[in-house]
Design a binder for this molecule. Structure first.
Ligand code: GDP
Length: 424
């Protein structure tokens, strides 16, 4: 889709991250938002699909978000960019970078389960970044829903994690996401009661601030994620901190060490529904995808050529697990996959490094040592490569130790186990 529109009015934009523990209803709720804002009018095949948002195969099967995705809905005069954030600690790098694009967050909590580890993990990061939260207690139709308890638990979580007074004044909504219904109070007879999803749209416009924009006019855009397709090559996705980006504009790519190179912007896209819309230009506060900056890496800054100033990059947590991954050396080689050589596997891993920033790869003999953020992170990679037709053997995962002040330290994870009294 192509148009000559420009979006240079930050006041008409809201950027919200959506955060939730697995299965608390994030995907269902975003689907309802898409449907009720008529994003799909005229696209009946998409309307009838059950869960529109989890697009990767493994994301559907595992029911988790792995890479951040942006969905955009129009509500009256405001365009709302909804930033889906991965909830698992293994994708922590993604979480922080993507939250950085938002000014507010929608926290979705299951009315029966209450806040869970991932609720806490992502909320903590969101509050640390100063995002304004809106709470949605979802699935209030469940017979075992315990809304008042869950509200208390959420309040305690905020008391512990909020970094300012304003974050404690959050608004709470009650939802049956599956039916596309939402209320600003606990409804008497929820399932037979008439409602729609509008309360949350209103809340976003009213409570989430318009995007903060930097002072000055020179373009600055932090490369937050990268997408790739064989048609246009690399897409740089990020939020415009200040200035304007225009089709054909000359831009500089800047890293902490200085200018990497100059490029011409190919096409500028904003997000709409689940897809992208071509625009002539876009202004500060907007989240865009642009083509043409072919060498861009996550964490670098796209700027105008006169003021090539890098934005601070987001520190990433180091890998915690490593594993050998190399060509199959057994006599049965070549039975399971099409791509089997060290070279093919190496090229594929190098390509992965372009977009998977928590990952590290080093040559080890004919194979490679792959380091990642955890078992889930590495297993998703292995499974993705198998499905693409790669055959390889893997070693046992091993912990990555670090040297700190002359001492060897080991990464650890905090685990909380809740069990009923009789099993304690
Ligand atoms: P996500 O992992 O957070 O994206 O969760 P999903 O949106 O995939 O939902 C997880 C499950 O909860 C699905 O089986 C949904 O049908 C179900 N679900 C979503 N919303 C509701 C709701 O309001 N009530 C009930 N009872 N189930 C819901």
């Amino acid at each position: 889709m192509s148009s000559n529109t420009t979006t240079e009015n930050a006041a008409a934009i809201r950027n919200v991250a959506i955060i939730a523990h697995v299965d608390h209803g994030k995907t269902t709720l975003v689907d309802a938002l898409l449907k009720q804002t008529h994003t799909f009018s005229g696209h009946s095949s998409e309307m009838s699909q059950e869960l529109i948002m989890d697009s990767g195969d493994q994301e559907k099967e595992r029911g988790i978000t792995i890479t951040a995705k942006i969905t955009s809905v129009q509500y009256q005069d405001t365009r709302i960019n909804i930033i889906d954030t991965p909830g698992h600690a293994d994708f922590g790098g993604e979480v922080e970078r993507t939250l950085h694009m938002a000014d507010g967050c929608l926290l979705i909590v299951d009315a029966q389960e209450g806040p869970m580890p991932q609720t806490r993990f992502v909320l903590k990061k969101a509050l640390e970044l100063g995002l304004i939260p809106i709470v949605v207690i979802n699935k209030i139709d469940k017979p075992a829903a315990r809304i008042a308890d869950v509200e208390d638990q959420i309040a305690n979580l905020f008391l512990e994690l909020a970094v300012n007074e304003e974050q404690l004044q959050y608004h709470t909504y009650y939802a049956i996401g599956r039916d596309g219904k939402m209320w600003d109070h606990v409804p008497e007879n929820a399932e037979s009661s008439d409602a729609d999803i509008e309360p949350v749209l209103k809340a976003i416009v009213a409570h989430v601030p318009a995007p903060r924009v930097g002072s000055g006019s020179g373009l600055q855009l932090l490369v937050t994620s990268l997408e790739w397709d064989s048609y246009a090559g690399k897409y740089v996705v990020g939020r415009i901190e200040r200035g304007v980006v225009t089709t054909g504009q000359r831009v500089s790519l800047v890293s902490a060490d200085g200018v990497v190179g100059d490029y011409s912007v190919g096409v500028v896209y904003t997000f709409s529904g689940l897809g992208k819309t071509e625009v002539a230009s876009a202004g500060a506060g907007e989240i865009v995808a642009i083509t043409g900056v072919k060498d861009a890496q996550i964490g670098q800054t796209v700027t105008d050529t006169e003021t090539p100033e890098a934005l601070p990059t987001i520190e990433l947590e180091p890998p915690t697990l490593r594993m050998y991954l190399g060509p199959n050396t057994s006599p049965f080689k070549g039975k399971e996959g099409e791509f089997t050589t060290s070279r093919q596997i190496g090229d594929r891993l190098m390509r992965e490094l372009e977009t998977n920033i928590g990952l590290k790869v080093d040559q080890d003999g004919i194979g490679f040592v792959v380091q990642g953020r955890g078992e889930l992170h590495l297993s998703v990679l292995i499974e993705t490569m198998r499905r693409e037709g790669f055959e390889f053997e893997v070693g046992r995962p091993q912990v990555v130790y670090q040297e700190r002040d002359g001492e060897t330290v080991e990464p650890f994870e905090e685990v909380t186990v809740d069990v009923p009294q009789e099993h304690a």
